[in-house]
Design a protein around this ligand. Sequence first.
Ligand SMILES: *[C@@H]1O[C@H](CO)[C@@H](O)[C@H](O)[C@H]1NC(C)=O
Length: 128
Amino acid sequence: MRTSSFLVIIVVVFLYAISSPATGCGERIGNQLWSTTIDKGWEPIGNINDKHIQELGSWAVLEFIKHVNCVLKFNKVVSGRQQLVSGMNYELIINASDFGGKDGKYKAEVYEQKWTSKRELLSFTKVN
Ligand SMILES: *[C@@H]1O[C@H](CO)[C@@H](O)[C@H](O)[C@H]1NC(C)=O
């Protein structure tokens, strides 16, 4: 009896371990702050291949996977917009691949104050 209940626990833990990487990437962290209908002060990011923008996207993915049980590999920032505040707000659309190698689009909201080296991932969510 003891052996069998121990086995059940092992199986449950195992199933949890293999199933969560797949579901984890669909999770959202944070609440989306910036509505797409309110465009005040927002401008499209002109040069999406800018090193800083790409690095910011890569950073956002790393921050995201710190908070969720999921494997996600950054590919590139494909588009985005920015808003000058006391620092800069960024809304980045990121192409990234999950554990199974399946790629998808994700939206990250990032706040950065360059002169204080402050960065915050405000939200991260899968988009379709
Ligand atoms: C992500 O990027 C890859 C490689 O550039 C591309 O083949 C794929 O279609 C992109 N996926 C999405 C969802 O944009």
